[in-house]
Design a protein around this ligand. Structure first.
Ligand code: CP
Length: 312
């Protein structure tokens, strides 16, 4: 394992499988009466969430639950709302890094509105940095949670066809998902209205790498029957060209293969990306994505801080 987890594009197949296998073992903890291991006792994990939207809570609570289940000391640097307290006082990221070093942070889990902020932080920290979402750039642990869920439901990722549908232009989940699932051997297709596809594929997204490892299509109805996994993305307003033509409803659910599953990273906007009936159907693995999210984040913290003998 590397010292940091900054980008799904940088995760090797071996490391991805190590994280997923470790997550599978750690997930068994959820069935025990006491859901806690002493592995990271005495280690400090800082949760630094700045410049995030008010409804952005899932990743923070998932990481905090993961760190606590491994007995780490968790310090939350989040002030809620649209900006962390230090950001509002305009403290530079460099000064925040100095503060976190002085606090003795062994790991910093960072969500930031700016693409590349976790990479900059990693350059100043002696501890590990985990990217919990940097603007519209990457969200590697969501991609790991999604891969974990696909493996659990369908037994493998290798050779599967995954359609990532919706606002791909603004989605760090789409970018990290495309990279990680491709690394694990899936065939990924981005499905979106032409204006969103054109922006994403041209690399117009801030921090974009040129060229995604995937196919593109603007025809959802053509993509669905071929897909083993359909990942719907949260829709931002306004999303150019996004319309009912890209909503997963009961009719479209019926067009899926019998084994195919539906994912959504949240927040779910029922009736906007998918109907309530689809979100609640047996095909939906949305709740499993949340619980698997805790397991993969436990695995990441465990491997970065306690479980790997081969840190560079
Ligand atoms: N899935 C996800 O990243 O949700 P949050 O923005 O609420 O963390």
């Amino acid at each position: 394992m590397r010292r940091h987890l900054l980008s799904a594009a940088e995760v090797s197949r071996d490391d991805a499988l190590l994280i997923l296998d470790t997550a599978r073992e750690l997930s068994q903890l959820a069935d025990r009466p006491i859901r806690k291991l002493p592995t990271l006792r005495g280690r400090t994990v800082v949760s630094l969430f700045c410049e995030v939207s008010p409804d952005s809570a899932r990743t923070r609570i998932s990481f905090e639950a993961a760190a606590k289940r491994l007995s780490a000391d968790v310090i939350s640097y989040s002030a809620g709302g649209t900006g962390g307290a230090r950001e509002e006082r305009r403290e530079s990221l460099r000064d925040t890094a100095l503060t976190l070093e002085a606090l003795g942070a062994d790991a910093v889990v960072v969500r930031h509105g700016a693409a590349g902020a976790p990479h900059r932080l990693a350059g100043w920290m002696t501890g590990s940095v985990v990217n919990a979402g940097d603007g519209e750039h990457e969200h590697p642990t969501q991609a790991l949670a999604d891969a974990c869920t696909i493996r659990h439901r369908l037994g493998r990722v290798d050779g599967l066809r995954v359609a990532i549908v919706g606002d791909v232009l603004h989605s760090p989940v789409a970018r990290s998902g495309a990279w990680l699932l491709r690394t694990l051997g899936a065939e990924v297709t981005l499905v979106a209205p032409p204006p969103l596809l054109a922006g994403a594929v041209a690399g117009a997204v801030p921090g974009a790498v040129p060229g995604w490892p995937c196919e593109v299509s603007d025809d959802l109805d053509a993509a669905l029957p071929k897909a083993d996994v359909v990942m719907m993305l949260p829709r931002r307003e306004p999303a150019p060209g996004h319309s009912r033509g890209y909503v997963l409803d009961a009719g479209r659910l019926a067009a899926l293969q019998e084994h195919a599953i539906v994912l959504h990273p949240g927040p779910v906007n029922r009736g906007t990306e998918l109907t309530a009936g689809v979100a609640d159907s047996p095909r939906s693995a949305i709740a499993e994505q949340v619980s698997n999210g805790v397991s993969v984040r436990m695995a990441v913290l465990y491997l970065l801080l306690g479980g790997s003998e081969e840190r560079p």
